[in-house]
Design a protein around this ligand. Structure first.
Ligand code: ATP
Ligand code: MG
Length: 381
């Protein structure tokens, strides 16, 4: 581990030298065994949060009520959580009480899926009490312990399992799946913020379809708090979480206020504006320049192959190199148009300009007076 995860290794070593147990757990162990890229490292320890904060110089009490302290080691943020169990869960919503325990096995037993319930020591010894490695090998999502009970404790685990199966392209083991379906009604009690986070993680995969299909084919969507039933039929492109929400928001038929962040709301209204601009003017330089890259990226996915560019990159390349900076760069002026068509000034000029710009953007016309004149003579009276 020393060479692979030097910062996690340093944190584990320091905890061990101070007389505590400490292990890397959860997603990092799982993804490492699968040979995947690790996003972030979680450490579990029998040191209390206060002891962790005393031991390390740079710490943040990010989730102290759950026993989590973020340790910054050599610039890397590592979450260190005290071994704990949760004692449950009267309203199916959240643990009523978190109890710290001194035993790793108990900590692993409260985790959701076998593949998430393995721990790795700094000497690379794997602790796998629930058959996580075997399930990894067989590509199975299996609940730790009795699945129905685990979903009664916290129904969000249903969504987490569906998310994981899409993320890893794993099958959900039969008993676990049956428990998910049997307990799906409990999802209605889960806080919207937690649901939104899991659905957001689904967006962010390369292939969200597996998870979305599981959600659609069963009763899950109907019981989620929120109008997730209105998920568009069109397959969602792989977008970042925030872009995915903006995309979803655009297609949502029934308005519903999700717990969106301000940044998400901003992007959503930008997307709406850009879409209406694009619908009015087409992919003109003006429309492109007046929109943020982020909004354009989402619009590009919404419009799919209706967009005149093969890719967003091609559009950007065009936008920076286009000779048509805005409609005043057209090689035909309003005055020339009036003379050609023999009509007085009016809103029609703007419309013709827009049409010409669009055709130039799409490569149908050159921005060249004689070509534009020919087109106007033929199409405008
Ligand atoms: P990712 O790689 O997408 O972050 P992850 O497995 O690390 O996946 P996290 O949400 O970061 O997911 O959670 C870290 C670990 O905490 C999980 O691997 C699991 O062991 C445990 N965990 C998280 N949420 C729950 C839950 N609702 N119930 C039980 N265990 C959970
Ligand atoms: Mg994680």
């Amino acid at each position: 581990m020393k060479t692979r995860w030097p910062n996690a290794f340093a944190v584990l070593s320091k905890l061990e030298h101070a007389g505590y147990q400490a292990y890397v757990v959860g997603g990092a162990v799982r993804d490492h065994l699968l040979g995947l890229l690790i996003k972030d490292i979680d450490i579990t320890t029998d040191a209390s949060p206060q002891e962790v904060m005393r031991l390390f110089s740079k710490t943040f009490a990010t989730g102290i009520e759950h026993g989590t302290v973020t340790v910054v080691e050599n610039g890397e943020a590592i979450e260190v959580t005290t071994f704990r169990v949760e004692s449950h869960y009267i309203d199916h919503r959240r643990p009523d009480k978190v109890t710290f325990v001194r035993n790793l096995e108990e900590d692993l037993a409260r985790r959701d899926y076998t593949i998430n319930a393995m721990a790795l020591s700094r000497r690379d010894e794997l602790l796998d009490c629930f058959g996580g490695q075997e399930d990894l090998f067989n590509q199975k999502i299996r609940a730790v312990g009795t699945a129905t009970e685990r979903y009664e404790e916290d129904a969000l685990r249903i969504l987490r399992g569906i998310r994981l199966s899409g993320q890893l392209d794993f099958q959900i083991e039969r008993i676990t799946w049956e428990a998910m379906v049997a307990k799906s009604h409990l999802l209605q009690h889960i806080a919207k913020e937690r649901i939104k986070q899991e659905i957001g993680r689904i967006w962010a995969f390369t292939n969200p379809e597996i998870s979305l299909a599981s959600l659609r084919n069963t009763c899950f969507l109907n019981v989620l708090p929120g109008n997730y039933q209105s998920l568009p039929e069109k397959q969602k492109p792989s977008l970042s979480e925030r872009h995915g929400w903006a995309w979803f928001h655009y297609f949502q038929k029934v308005p519903y206020t999700f717990p969106y962040s301000n940044a998400e709301k901003r992007l959503q209204s930008e997307v709406k504006q850009t879409m209406s601009m694009l619908r009015q003017m087409g992919w003109t330089y003006e429309a492109i320049l007046n929109s943020s890259d982020e909004a354009l990226e989402v619009c590009f996915e919404i419009l799919g192959n209706v967009a005149p560019f093969p890719s967003l990159q091609a559009m950007r390349r065009w936008a920076v190199s286009s000779p048509l900076r805005n409609s005043s760069d057209l090689e035909i002026s309003g005055k020339q148009l009036m003379e050609l068509v023999k009509r007085p000034a009016g809103p029609w000029i703007k419309e013709v300009n827009r049409e010409l710009s669009k055709r130039i953007v799409c490569g149908e016309l050159q921005n060249d007076y004689s070509e534009l004149e020919k087109w106007v003579k033929k199409h405008v009276q």
